[in-house]
Design a protein around this ligand. Sequence first.
Ligand SMILES: [Zn+2]
Length: 285
Amino acid sequence: MVQWEIMATAGGVDVRARMASICSGGGNAVEERNERAIRRAAELVGESSTIVVFTGAGVSTESGIPDFRSPGGIWSKYQPVEFGEFLAKREARERYWIRSRETYPSLAEAQPNPAHLAIVELERMGKLDCVITQNIDGLHQKAGNSPEKVIELHGNTHWVECLNCNHWSPRSKWQKVLELGVAVPECPDCGGMLKVHTVSFGQPMPEQQTREAERRSRRCDLFIVVGSSLVVYPAAQIPALAVNSGARLVMVNLTRTHMDDHADAVIREKAGPALTLVLEQARQG
Ligand SMILES: [Zn+2]
Protein backbone atom coordinates (compact mmCIF):
# COMPACT_ATOMS: atom_id res chain seq x y z
CA MET A 1 0.00 0.00 0.00
CA VAL A 2 2.85 2.33 0.91
CA GLN A 3 4.18 2.00 -2.63
CA TRP A 4 0.86 3.16 -4.04
CA GLU A 5 0.72 6.15 -1.73
CA ILE A 6 4.19 7.11 -2.93
CA MET A 7 3.09 6.63 -6.50
CA ALA A 8 0.05 8.78 -5.95
CA THR A 9 2.13 11.77 -4.94
CA ALA A 10 5.28 11.21 -6.97
CA GLY A 11 6.30 13.57 -9.72
CA GLY A 12 3.80 16.22 -8.69
CA VAL A 13 1.07 14.45 -10.64
CA ASP A 14 -2.25 14.19 -8.90
CA VAL A 15 -2.86 10.58 -9.82
CA ARG A 16 -5.72 9.98 -7.39
CA ALA A 17 -7.78 12.81 -8.86
CA ARG A 18 -7.00 11.60 -12.34
CA MET A 19 -7.91 8.03 -11.39
CA ALA A 20 -11.19 9.19 -9.88
CA SER A 21 -11.95 11.04 -13.09
CA ILE A 22 -11.15 7.98 -15.23
CA CYS A 23 -13.08 5.58 -12.97
CA SER A 24 -16.16 7.74 -12.67
CA GLY A 25 -17.00 7.17 -16.31
CA GLY A 26 -19.59 9.88 -16.10
CA GLY A 27 -21.16 9.03 -19.43
CA ASN A 28 -18.07 10.18 -21.31
CA ALA A 29 -17.52 7.63 -24.09
CA VAL A 30 -13.74 8.04 -24.11
CA GLU A 31 -13.53 7.51 -20.36
CA GLU A 32 -15.76 4.43 -20.53
CA ARG A 33 -13.61 3.00 -23.30
CA ASN A 34 -10.50 3.72 -21.24
CA GLU A 35 -12.02 2.11 -18.17
CA ARG A 36 -12.74 -1.10 -20.16
CA ALA A 37 -9.26 -1.03 -21.70
CA ILE A 38 -7.61 -0.56 -18.31
CA ARG A 39 -9.57 -3.52 -16.90
CA ARG A 40 -8.53 -5.68 -19.89
CA ALA A 41 -4.90 -4.58 -19.58
CA ALA A 42 -4.94 -5.49 -15.87
CA GLU A 43 -6.29 -8.97 -16.72
CA LEU A 44 -3.53 -9.43 -19.30
CA VAL A 45 -0.87 -8.39 -16.78
CA GLY A 46 -2.34 -10.96 -14.38
CA GLU A 47 -2.20 -13.71 -17.00
CA SER A 48 1.31 -12.92 -18.25
CA SER A 49 4.71 -13.87 -16.89
CA THR A 50 7.18 -12.39 -19.41
CA ILE A 51 6.29 -8.77 -20.03
CA VAL A 52 8.19 -6.33 -22.22
CA VAL A 53 7.40 -2.64 -21.74
CA PHE A 54 8.35 -0.28 -24.56
CA THR A 55 8.59 3.37 -23.54
CA GLY A 56 8.85 6.61 -25.50
CA ALA A 57 8.84 10.34 -24.86
CA GLY A 58 5.29 10.27 -23.46
CA VAL A 59 6.64 8.57 -20.31
CA SER A 60 9.20 11.30 -19.66
CA THR A 61 6.98 14.31 -20.34
CA GLU A 62 5.25 13.70 -16.99
CA SER A 63 8.70 14.17 -15.38
CA GLY A 64 8.95 17.57 -17.04
CA ILE A 65 11.17 16.45 -19.92
CA PRO A 66 9.81 17.85 -23.19
CA ASP A 67 9.37 15.61 -26.19
CA PHE A 68 12.43 16.61 -28.23
CA ARG A 69 10.53 16.39 -31.49
CA SER A 70 7.39 18.26 -30.48
CA PRO A 71 6.78 21.96 -31.25
CA GLY A 72 8.49 23.93 -28.50
CA GLY A 73 10.82 20.95 -27.88
CA ILE A 74 14.59 21.09 -27.84
CA TRP A 75 14.94 20.88 -31.62
CA SER A 76 12.86 23.97 -32.26
CA LYS A 77 15.30 26.00 -30.10
CA TYR A 78 18.58 24.30 -31.05
CA GLN A 79 19.25 23.18 -34.57
CA PRO A 80 20.15 19.48 -34.26
CA VAL A 81 23.78 18.60 -34.94
CA GLU A 82 23.95 15.67 -37.36
CA PHE A 83 26.51 13.01 -36.52
CA GLY A 84 28.47 13.55 -39.76
CA GLU A 85 28.70 17.28 -39.06
CA PHE A 86 29.79 16.60 -35.50
CA LEU A 87 32.68 14.47 -36.75
CA ALA A 88 33.66 16.87 -39.54
CA LYS A 89 33.46 20.37 -38.02
CA ARG A 90 34.68 21.88 -34.79
CA GLU A 91 31.97 24.55 -35.12
CA ALA A 92 29.30 21.81 -35.04
CA ARG A 93 30.89 20.27 -31.94
CA GLU A 94 30.79 23.71 -30.28
CA ARG A 95 27.05 24.00 -31.03
CA TYR A 96 26.55 20.45 -29.76
CA TRP A 97 28.21 21.20 -26.42
CA ILE A 98 26.37 24.53 -25.97
CA ARG A 99 23.06 22.67 -26.26
CA SER A 100 24.33 19.95 -23.93
CA ARG A 101 25.50 22.52 -21.35
CA GLU A 102 22.13 24.27 -21.38
CA THR A 103 19.85 21.23 -21.38
CA TYR A 104 21.74 18.84 -19.09
CA PRO A 105 20.82 20.46 -15.73
CA SER A 106 17.09 19.88 -16.24
CA LEU A 107 17.71 16.27 -17.34
CA ALA A 108 19.92 15.68 -14.30
CA GLU A 109 17.25 17.03 -11.93
CA ALA A 110 14.28 15.18 -13.45
CA GLN A 111 12.56 12.70 -11.16
CA PRO A 112 10.68 9.50 -12.04
CA ASN A 113 6.88 9.79 -12.23
CA PRO A 114 4.08 7.28 -11.50
CA ALA A 115 4.55 5.62 -14.92
CA HIS A 116 8.17 4.75 -14.09
CA LEU A 117 7.12 3.51 -10.63
CA ALA A 118 4.39 1.28 -12.06
CA ILE A 119 7.00 -0.37 -14.30
CA VAL A 120 9.22 -0.92 -11.24
CA GLU A 121 6.20 -2.57 -9.63
CA LEU A 122 5.99 -4.99 -12.57
CA GLU A 123 9.60 -5.97 -11.89
CA ARG A 124 8.84 -6.48 -8.17
CA MET A 125 5.95 -8.76 -9.18
CA GLY A 126 8.50 -10.88 -11.09
CA LYS A 127 6.72 -10.30 -14.40
CA LEU A 128 9.01 -7.81 -16.13
CA ASP A 129 11.35 -9.27 -18.73
CA CYS A 130 12.74 -5.88 -19.73
CA VAL A 131 12.00 -2.24 -20.50
CA ILE A 132 12.97 -1.16 -24.00
CA THR A 133 13.20 2.61 -24.08
CA GLN A 134 13.68 5.37 -26.62
CA ASN A 135 14.34 7.77 -23.74
CA ILE A 136 17.83 8.87 -22.84
CA ASP A 137 17.12 10.25 -19.37
CA GLY A 138 17.94 7.16 -17.27
CA LEU A 139 14.68 7.59 -15.31
CA HIS A 140 13.77 3.87 -15.39
CA GLN A 141 16.96 3.07 -13.48
CA LYS A 142 16.48 6.08 -11.19
CA ALA A 143 12.96 4.81 -10.39
CA GLY A 144 14.39 1.45 -9.32
CA ASN A 145 14.38 -0.88 -12.32
CA SER A 146 17.49 -3.10 -12.42
CA PRO A 147 19.94 -1.63 -14.94
CA GLU A 148 20.24 -5.02 -16.68
CA LYS A 149 16.50 -4.93 -17.39
CA VAL A 150 16.65 -1.59 -19.22
CA ILE A 151 17.55 -1.64 -22.93
CA GLU A 152 18.31 1.87 -24.16
CA LEU A 153 17.85 2.20 -27.92
CA HIS A 154 19.03 5.81 -28.07
CA GLY A 155 21.71 5.74 -25.37
CA ASN A 156 21.92 7.53 -22.03
CA THR A 157 22.56 11.21 -21.43
CA HIS A 158 24.37 10.61 -18.15
CA TRP A 159 27.50 9.20 -19.79
CA VAL A 160 30.18 10.64 -22.06
CA GLU A 161 32.33 8.46 -24.30
CA CYS A 162 35.49 9.04 -26.28
CA LEU A 163 34.90 8.19 -29.93
CA ASN A 164 38.58 7.21 -30.26
CA CYS A 165 39.55 5.10 -27.23
CA ASN A 166 36.19 4.27 -25.58
CA HIS A 167 37.06 6.15 -22.38
CA TRP A 168 33.81 6.56 -20.38
CA SER A 169 33.05 9.24 -17.82
CA PRO A 170 29.92 10.53 -16.08
CA ARG A 171 28.28 13.46 -17.90
CA SER A 172 27.89 15.32 -14.57
CA LYS A 173 31.67 15.65 -14.31
CA TRP A 174 31.82 17.65 -17.57
CA GLN A 175 29.17 20.23 -16.62
CA LYS A 176 31.63 22.26 -14.53
CA VAL A 177 34.24 22.08 -17.32
CA LEU A 178 31.70 23.42 -19.85
CA GLU A 179 30.54 26.13 -17.46
CA LEU A 180 34.16 27.23 -16.95
CA GLY A 181 34.23 28.05 -20.65
CA VAL A 182 35.72 24.97 -22.34
CA ALA A 183 33.86 24.95 -25.68
CA VAL A 184 34.75 21.43 -26.84
CA PRO A 185 36.02 19.06 -24.13
CA GLU A 186 38.60 16.43 -25.10
CA CYS A 187 39.35 12.92 -23.87
CA PRO A 188 41.68 13.06 -20.85
CA ASP A 189 43.32 9.78 -21.96
CA CYS A 190 43.95 10.30 -25.66
CA GLY A 191 42.80 13.82 -26.62
CA GLY A 192 40.10 12.27 -28.84
CA MET A 193 36.57 13.55 -29.53
CA LEU A 194 34.12 13.23 -26.65
CA LYS A 195 30.40 12.80 -27.21
CA VAL A 196 27.46 12.22 -24.93
CA HIS A 197 26.40 8.56 -25.09
CA THR A 198 23.17 9.29 -26.97
CA VAL A 199 22.28 8.56 -30.58
CA SER A 200 22.40 11.72 -32.71
CA PHE A 201 20.55 12.25 -35.98
CA GLY A 202 22.48 10.36 -38.63
CA GLN A 203 24.26 8.16 -36.09
CA PRO A 204 23.75 4.38 -36.36
CA MET A 205 21.54 2.72 -33.76
CA PRO A 206 23.44 0.65 -31.18
CA GLU A 207 23.50 -2.78 -32.79
CA GLN A 208 23.67 -4.93 -29.69
CA GLN A 209 20.78 -3.15 -27.93
CA THR A 210 18.62 -3.24 -31.05
CA ARG A 211 19.24 -6.97 -31.51
CA GLU A 212 18.57 -7.67 -27.84
CA ALA A 213 15.34 -5.63 -27.96
CA GLU A 214 14.17 -7.65 -30.96
CA ARG A 215 15.12 -10.97 -29.36
CA ARG A 216 13.28 -10.19 -26.11
CA SER A 217 10.23 -8.93 -27.99
CA ARG A 218 9.92 -12.19 -29.91
CA ARG A 219 9.73 -14.29 -26.75
CA CYS A 220 7.52 -12.20 -24.44
CA ASP A 221 3.87 -13.04 -23.72
CA LEU A 222 2.73 -9.42 -23.22
CA PHE A 223 4.07 -6.30 -24.90
CA ILE A 224 3.05 -2.92 -23.49
CA VAL A 225 3.74 0.25 -25.49
CA VAL A 226 3.71 3.40 -23.36
CA GLY A 227 3.98 6.94 -24.69
CA SER A 228 5.50 6.22 -28.08
CA SER A 229 3.97 7.07 -31.42
CA LEU A 230 6.12 4.28 -32.97
CA VAL A 231 7.24 6.33 -35.94
CA VAL A 232 11.02 5.94 -35.92
CA TYR A 233 13.08 2.82 -36.57
CA PRO A 234 13.29 0.38 -34.82
CA ALA A 235 10.33 1.41 -32.65
CA ALA A 236 8.02 1.11 -35.63
CA GLN A 237 8.81 -2.59 -36.12
CA ILE A 238 9.46 -3.98 -32.63
CA PRO A 239 5.83 -4.33 -31.40
CA ALA A 240 4.97 -6.26 -34.57
CA LEU A 241 7.74 -8.77 -33.79
CA ALA A 242 6.06 -9.44 -30.45
CA VAL A 243 2.55 -9.73 -31.91
CA ASN A 244 3.70 -11.99 -34.77
CA SER A 245 5.32 -14.26 -32.16
CA GLY A 246 2.03 -14.61 -30.28
CA ALA A 247 2.30 -11.93 -27.61
CA ARG A 248 -0.68 -9.86 -26.48
CA LEU A 249 -0.39 -6.12 -27.05
CA VAL A 250 -1.45 -3.20 -24.84
CA MET A 251 -1.14 0.40 -26.06
CA VAL A 252 -1.02 3.35 -23.66
CA ASN A 253 -0.76 6.46 -25.80
CA LEU A 254 -2.54 9.77 -26.20
CA THR A 255 -2.56 9.53 -29.98
CA ARG A 256 -3.31 6.79 -32.47
CA THR A 257 -0.50 4.54 -33.77
CA HIS A 258 -0.29 2.05 -36.64
CA MET A 259 -0.35 -0.83 -34.10
CA ASP A 260 -3.66 0.11 -32.43
CA ASP A 261 -5.67 -2.23 -34.66
CA HIS A 262 -3.50 -5.16 -33.52
CA ALA A 263 -3.84 -4.38 -29.81
CA ASP A 264 -5.87 -6.28 -27.19
CA ALA A 265 -6.35 -3.04 -25.27
CA VAL A 266 -5.84 0.60 -26.26
CA ILE A 267 -5.74 3.09 -23.40
CA ARG A 268 -6.02 6.72 -24.52
CA GLU A 269 -4.65 8.31 -21.38
CA LYS A 270 -1.49 9.78 -19.91
CA ALA A 271 1.09 7.16 -18.96
CA GLY A 272 1.24 7.75 -15.20
CA PRO A 273 -2.47 7.59 -14.34
CA ALA A 274 -3.11 4.75 -16.82
CA LEU A 275 -0.32 2.45 -15.62
CA THR A 276 -1.06 3.20 -11.97
CA LEU A 277 -4.62 1.97 -12.47
CA VAL A 278 -3.58 -1.07 -14.51
CA LEU A 279 -1.12 -2.17 -11.83
CA GLU A 280 -3.54 -1.50 -8.99
CA GLN A 281 -6.23 -3.61 -10.66
CA ALA A 282 -3.74 -6.34 -11.60
CA ARG A 283 -2.63 -6.63 -7.97
CA GLN A 284 -6.22 -6.92 -6.82
CA GLY A 285 -6.68 -9.74 -9.34
ZN1 LIG B 1 40.09 8.76 -25.65
